[in-house]
Design a protein around this ligand. Structure first.
Ligand code: ADP
Length: 252
């Protein structure tokens, strides 16, 4: 069981042109095995909020909790997936996936078997010995996801993980992620600026607005699971997309 929550989180970045209020009294809760997306335009504080929830960035004020315990620093209870993949270029696919387990002191044979299972789970069988530069963007991000899952975190924090991918690869990766999520039953908080992506993946969509960064709405996504391409063509899907689009437009 894993839940993650933020209460009244504030964060301001000082700058030469005046302070930037990145987050103004932001509160949210993601419950066990829930898939929640944070949607909003660039610069509204999505990354900052995610990094604060992981402990990578300090909040100025507010409370961060995982399963009711304070979040103080990144730990292996949470896996973070970056937009820019952030793989180690000098490590193979398997070496990247095994990194967190090495830090944790997991014995070699167990590391290998966990890595092999994850390689299969994310569809990279046969690429174990390749280096990141030998892989496409989509494949590199599969490694990023496998690496985050390898430490068996209860919570997965994903910061626009598919933002750098072309449209088709992006849709394939969304399906891949939903398959992995269904198999591993993680609690997921997923940052995106794609309305369609947020609806397709999530149980709930939180809409953020910029300057100051605030959560404007918390929207339940009513579609059944497993999700499939046919959901994207439902009239209700379009209606929800339009609704979210107009809410975002209204506050720009
Ligand atoms: P998003 O992920 O929604 O694009 P960010 O959390 O990256 O938003 O940024 C929110 C605001 O805070 C932006 O105005 C950005 O320029 C500013 N910001 C983010 N990180 C820093 C930083 N390290 N130093 C100064 N300003 C920052």
């Amino acid at each position: 069981m894993a839940s993650i929550e933020a209460h009244n989180v504030c964060k301001t970045y000082p700058s030469r042109d005046g302070d930037v209020v990145a987050l103004d009294n932001v509160s949210l809760k993601v419950t066990d095995s829930e898939f929640v997306s944070i949607l909003g335009p660039s610069g509204c504080g999505k990354s900052t909020l995610l990094r604060i929830l992981d402990g990578l960035t300090k909040a100025d004020s507010g409370t961060l909790l995982m399963d009711g315990r304070p979040i103080e620093r990144p730990t292996q209870e949470r896996g973070f997936v970056f937009q820019s993949f952030n793989l180690f270029p000098w490590r193979t696919v398997r070496g990247n996936i095994e990194f967190g387990m090495e830090i944790k002191g997991v014995p070699k044979s167990e590391r290998h078997s966990v890595a092999q299972r994850l390689v299969e789970l994310v569809g990279l069988t046969g690429f174990e010995r390749k280096y990141p530069h030998e892989l496409s963007g989509g494949m590199q991000q599969r490694v990023g996801i496998a690496r985050a899952l390898a430490i068996d975190p209860a919570v997965l924090l994903m910061d626009e993980p598919f933002g750098a991918l072309d449209a088709q690869t992006r849709e394939d990766m969304q399906d891949e992620l939903l398959r992995v999520w269904a198999a591993a039953r993680k609690t997921v908080l997923f940052v995106t600026h794609s309305i369609e992506e947020a609806i397709y993946l999530s149980d709930r969509v939180l809409i953020m607005t910029p300057r100051p960064g605030r959560i404007l709405a918390d929207i339940h996504v009513p579609f059944t699971r497993p999700r499939s391409e046919s959901h994207r063509t439902l009239p209700e899907f379009s209606a929800l997309r339009h609704d979210i689009h107009s809410r975002l437009k209204a506050v720009r």
